[in-house]
Ligand binder design. Structure first.
Ligand SMILES: C[S@@+](CC[C@H](N)C(=O)[O-])C[C@H]1O[C@@H](n2cnc3c(N)ncnc32)[C@H](O)[C@@H]1O
Length: 213
């Protein structure tokens, strides 16, 4: 849907923290670079890529030289504004940043590869997002996700995150587990190709799934 849409709820939290988020250093630079390398190895020069929940655009701009074009969307207007400034500063011509929710169908679909980094635990309806992603991925195309699975964490961690949310310091988090996520991807129609972790943490599975041909 590319017509004018009003975004409420999650977008206001992210709009408020966008400037701060942009300044936050990557928590584990080595793990981030390893993830980028793995994703680059999946990409072809002719690929058209969709990144959902792109935040301030750093990952899209880093991956852009490896592909033909990237459409990068985020529900937060504040995040997209910062991403667009970075794009202009980098003189990048093959990334388009646009405000959109993760479950929106874009006119530019289908894409060869769809990515979602640190996103799926933040959406209210994971199956609806996976359904939208599936429909926008060409047959044989890939979906790559890395997201926090608090369902695999100690109960105390979940309680802490919930408390942060009620105090306004954290967004609402959907409690996922790696097993749930894998099952939800299969239910959406994907085949699972790879599941691994980058860095020390075991709560952020990196999953590659493929839409069957
Ligand atoms: C933790 S940040 C991750 C940003 C980026 N992917 C990264 O790895 O740095 C989560 C992003 O998801 C966006 N977001 C949250 N809910 C969303 C939704 N339903 N649809 C699209 N974007 C959403 C937020 O605005 C925020 O920019």
């Amino acid at each position: 849907m590319n017509t004018a849409t009003t975004y409420t709820g999650a977008s206001s939290f992210w709009d408020k923290i966008a400037a701060k988020y942009a300044k936050k250093p990557v928590a584990d630079p080595a793990a981030y670079e390893a993830k980028l390398s793995r994703v680059r190895a999946l990409l072809r020069a002719e690929d058209r890529v969709l990144e959902i929940g792109c935040g301030t655009g750093s990952t899209a701009l880093r991956l852009a030289p490896a592909v033909a074009e990237i459409t990068a969307t985020d529900i937060s207007r504040g995040m997209i504004a910062i991403a667009e400034k970075k794009r202009v500063a980098a003189s990048n011509a093959n990334v388009t940043f646009r405000q959109a929710a993760a479950d929106e169908q874009l006119d530019e679909a289908p894409f060869d590869v769809v990515t979602a980094f640190s996103l799926l635990h933040l959406v209210d309806d994971v199956p609806a997002v996976l359904d939208a992603v599936f429909k926008q991925t060409r047959p044989g195309g890939l979906f790559v996700s890395k997201t926090v699975c608090l369902g695999d964490a100690h109960a105390g961690v979940r309680l802490f995150v919930r408390a942060l949310h009620f105090l306004g310091f954290a967004p609402r988090v959907t409690v996922l587990s790696k097993d749930y996520l894998r099952e939800a991807l299969v239910a959406a129609g994907f085949e699972l190709l790879e599941s691994r972790h980058f860095g020390k943490g075991r709560l952020n599975p990196f999953i590659i799934a493929q839409r069957p041909t």
